[in-house]
Write a protein that binds this ligand. Structure first.
Ligand code: ADP
Length: 574
């Protein structure tokens, strides 16, 4: 298959979360299975062009209609194969942060990512890369299926292209004020409740949900939860209406990377049949955090946690549970986490209250994370919701038993241990309360006290394999379905309605005095003129808006008419 994988972050080039890991691994896995994969992502100022050996492949402004955009090329080498990665470079991305600066979202994220989505489509055409599948991810690229089913509906080039949208975390939807609509380059009729309108604002993810041929989430359980009131973040209705196209595919982890058998500076390698390395890792971890309360050689349960400090991760019930449990047991706890200031302070306070029993490192530290995965007996993840979760899978690979809230991907990966059959790989609880969490922890301590049982449990955990190959098979199946849906026109209710009305679609721009200049700009179809000049001289609110209009014009054989102070842009289906 010919696959364009589009993502706003791709490890190792740019990363704020799990999306980057998926984007760094899934395309390479698909390529190793013989598919032709192209990854497209923005070129942020923080991407190290030299270190990654990136080279510029198109000159500034060479791609029609995209203003001062340049395209750079790099590759992702992996044991799984080489994948071509194209970077879209534009002024909008030329800042270090991906979405924010000093903890605040960029005010023009709507323009930045609608531009990125349009630029991707223009680039595919420019390269004559007509994909079987475009795989978009999260709100940042959710407009791609919308453009495909509206602006490009009559374009031969994408007529067979199926679209897949993966939701990695429904809490982030890309919601913006509706007065910024025109920056998106979309017909006005899409600003309706059936399409992208959301409580008077514009919702990018909703657009993607309505227009994609196939929808996925990163675990099967999460696919169910997002269709419920409690888990749908306001989009449960629209997701439920597309349930026939929606399914979950569990993320994988890289077992070459997360392997306790690897040589490592931190601790000696170990396997499920030779665990002395793990015992030493625990000793080192306790030393590192000064956990001396019970003497260095006493076998006490050590619980670890590596997490973003965010309410999503259940930090409040974690703190409450520990404050109640620690005075009553000899158990110990280490946390590595960064994020919210208040939560950082709360965990520092916990460490102060239980000297020698609790350690807290408030930072991001990949090495220390690995030592915690290896050196702990238990890994705590009491998440409020969890689209997939990697921590529990990594922990299991290191023989560290997960104690989790059974939600989302945690419910799909953790099977509670059964004393009689000795089956299961961890412990779990359902209700989001510190009491339920405490019961699970006590249950885990019971098994810990019986070394044979605990060893059986550890082995079960270490045998688990959540591989990317399995995930890739799942995606290929969904891709085939997306192509099929596209052919039969399924999942396109909105688009079909739109098409019926769209032999002429009008976009009215009230631009007053400057109408003539926009007219000129549109007639020239964006070549030559700088969008910055155009926005300045025409009163369009920003450069990005001018580019959106220009792009729309170019992609649609626009007919421009002057009508007094208004310009009507008619989109003609070819
Ligand atoms: P999310 O993507 O919601 O943060 P996941 O469990 O899917 O949660 O992935 C988190 C990943 O980030 C794991 O690989 C975890 O080890 C890593 N991680 C989280 N916080 C830290 C930290 N403070 N230091 C090092 N690694 C961290």
């Amino acid at each position: 298959m010919k696959i364009a994988f589009v993502s706003s972050e791709v490890s190792p080039f740019s990363k704020t979360g799990g999306l980057a890991d998926v984007s760094g691994t899934l395309p390479a896995t698909l390529a190793s299975m013989g598919h032709e994969v192209l990854v497209i992502t923005p070129l942020y100022a923080s991407v190290d062009r030299q270190r990654h050996g990136l080279r510029q492949i198109t000159g500034r402004g060479e791609i029609p209609g995209l203003g001062g955009t340049e395209v750079w090329e790099g590759g992702m080498d992996s044991k799984r194969g080489k994948v071509r990665v194209l970077f879209i470079s534009a002024a909008a991305f030329d800042r270090p942060g991906l979405y924010q600066e000093n903890g605040r979202d960029f005010p023009n994220n709507d323009e930045r990512f609608s531009f990125f989505s349009r630029a991707t489509l223009s680039l595919l055409k420019y390269l004559s890369f007509s994909p079987d599948i475009i795989h978009a991810n999260d709100w940042q690229t959710a407009l791609i299926p919308v453009y495909i089913k509206t602006v490009y509906l009559a374009d031969e080039f994408f007529s067979k292209t199926g679209t897949v949208l993966s939701i990695h975390n429904l809490a982030y939807q890309g919601v913006f004020e509706s007065n910024r609509w025109r920056a998106l380059g979309l017909p006005d009729r899409l600003l309706s409740a059936e399409a992208m309108e959301f409580y008077g604002r514009v919702n990018f993810l909703k657009g993607g949900i309505v227009f994609s041929d196939i929808l996925t989430t990163v675990s099967p359980r999460y696919a169910q939860e997002v269709q419920t009131r409690g888990g749908g973040c306001g989009l449960d209705g629209v997701l439920a209406s597309r349930k026939n196209t929606l399914s979950g595919i569990l993320n994988g982890i890289d077992y070459d990377e997360w392997n306790p058998g690897n040589e490592d500076k931190l601790f000696p390698p170990y396997t499920k049949d030779r665990m002395d390395g793990k015992i030493l890792a625990k000793k080192l971890l306790r030393e590192k955090f000064g956990l001396t309360a019970s003497g260095p050689n006493v076998r006490v349960p050590l619980m670890g946690c590596v997490t973003r400090l965010d309410p999503q991760k259940g930090c409040d019930i974690l703190l409450r549970a520990l404050f109640r449990l620690l005075p009553k047991t000899d158990a110990q706890f280490v946390l590595l986490g960064s994020g919210g200031r208040e939560l950082e302070a709360a965990f520092s306070n916990l460490a102060r209250q239980f000297p020698g029993k609790v350690g807290a490192a408030l930072k991001f530290d990949a090495q220390l994370a690995k030592l915690i995965y290896a050196g702990s007996d238990f890994f705590l993840m009491p998440s409020k919701y969890e689209p997939c979760g990697l921590g529990q899978m990594i922990a299991m690979s290191y023989g560290t038993v997960p104690v989790v809230r059974l939600t989302g991907g945690l419910a799909d990966t953790v099977r509670p241990f059964n004393d009689k059959t000795l089956e299961g790989n961890g412990f779990g609880f359902e209700s989001f309360t510190s009491e339920s969490f405490i019961s699970s922890i006590y249950r885990s301590f019971e098994v810990f006290r019986n070394p044979d049982r605990f060893s059986a449990l550890q082995k079960n955990a270490m045998r688990e394999r959540f591989t990317w190959e399995r995930a890739a098979e799942g995606y290929l199946d969904r891709y085939a379905q997306a192509v099929h849906n596209r052919q039969k026109g399924g999942g396109e209710e909105m688009a079909v309605k739109a098409a019926e009305k769209s032999e002429t679609v009008s976009m009215i721009y009230e631009i007053g005095e400057s109408a003539g200049k926009v007219y000129q700009y549109l007639s020239k179809k964006a070549e030559g003129d700088s969008p910055a000049q155009i926005s300045k001289s025409t009163g369009l609110e920003s450069t990005m808006s001018a580019m959106a209009v220009g792009w729309l014009a170019r992609e649609n054989n626009v007919v421009v008419e002057r009508q007094g102070k208004k310009i009507q842009v008619k989109l003609i289906n070819r």
